[in-house]
Write a protein that binds this ligand. Structure first.
Ligand code: GLN
Length: 288
């Protein structure tokens, strides 16, 4: 039997040696998860002697984190805009920037909420489900080219109690949605270049689906496809809202113009970097 504080310190040191960012925090979260308590409860029981079976529950999780598997995969969940989503290797772990995109849309469109929404590349279902919760009248299509991701998204919809208004469509972007128009098309598509992908943390590079991250030599391939197809799938006055890489907006403005969008807008994330790109279909001023 070993005191909890010893185990916490040893785990932290092991994570530091493996280059895990926020080693102490992750050690606390993993130990708390294995013990079935909250992280802060650990501070009230540093002298607690851990049993062999408690240690046995921690070891595989600690070993996996040492291999830089993402914390969310180990805990099995990620928090996103008030939802708790299952997170695993089937899809990208939802990011804080993407929460900002949802927040931006809720603020922008709250006064005249979209009746129909299409989330392209839904992954865990994060954007689709957060918007379904925020816009209780909206019908949502959650689209992904990966059947495995759609299964995960559907599990998350069931847990969130949002299956009635969210449908799941296996499609290469808008290809399977012929003839359908939406008030809002939203997407966090892949946007990294190959070079950028090689430089990301091992948690992302080694454990998250590359198909959700990279998009050709300039990272713009999927935006080109989305912009080319979007006009035929937006209602008059409808919005296309995208998460983007941090130096892509000049190129996106050109791509949007070529696709026939006269109204576009570039917005920064909380760290002040170009991150969201909006384009509005001509026709009326709904949603402004
Ligand atoms: N921002 C993400 C990352 O750096 C990339 C997400 C994406 O390509 N859509 O991991």
């Amino acid at each position: 039997m070993q005191p909890l504080l010893d185990i916490l310190q040893k785990t932290t040191a092991f994570f530091q040696q493996k280059g895990v960012p926020q080693a102490r925090l992750d050690a606390e979260l993993i130990i708390a998860h294995a013990l079935g308590c909250r992280r802060l409860d650990l501070y009230l029981q540093f002298d607690r002697l851990l049993t062999e079976s408690e240690l046995a529950a921690m070891r595989p999780l600690v070993a996996r984190r040492g291999k830089r598997e993402p914390l969310q995969h180990l805990l099995g969940e990620a928090h996103f805009h008030g939802l708790v989503l299952k997170a695993d290797a089937r899809a990208l772990i939802p990011r804080p920037e993407t929460e900002e995109l949802v927040e931006l849309l809720v603020e922008r469109l709250g006064a005249s909420p979209p009746a129909t929404v299409c989330d392209l590349g839904t992954g865990t279902g994060a954007i689709a489900l957060a918007l379904a919760a925020a816009f209780p009248q909206a019908q949502i299509a959650a689209v992904d080219a990966s059947a495995a991701a759609l299964t995960l998204a559907a599990e998350n919809a069931a847990t969130a109690g949002l299956t009635e208004r969210v449908r799941f469509v296996e499609s290469d972007w808008l290809a399977a949605l012929d003839g359908e128009r939406f008030s809002l098309i939203v997407s966090n598509p892949p946007y990294l270049t190959e070079e950028e992908w090689e430089q990301v943390e091992p948690e992302v590079r080694d454990w998250e689906p590359k198909s959700a991250l990279t998009a050709g030599p300039d990272g713009l391939d999927d935006y080109r496809k989305i912009f080319a197809a979007a006009p035929a799938h937006l209602e008059p006055g409808g919005w296309l809202a995208l998460e983007t890489g941090i130096s892509q907006h000049a190129a996106l403005a050109e791509i949007a113009q070529e696709a026939g969008f006269a109204t576009t807008e570039s917005l920064n994330d909380l760290s002040g970097r170009e991150r969201f790109f909006l384009a509005q279909q001509a026709g009326c001023t709904c949603g402004q």
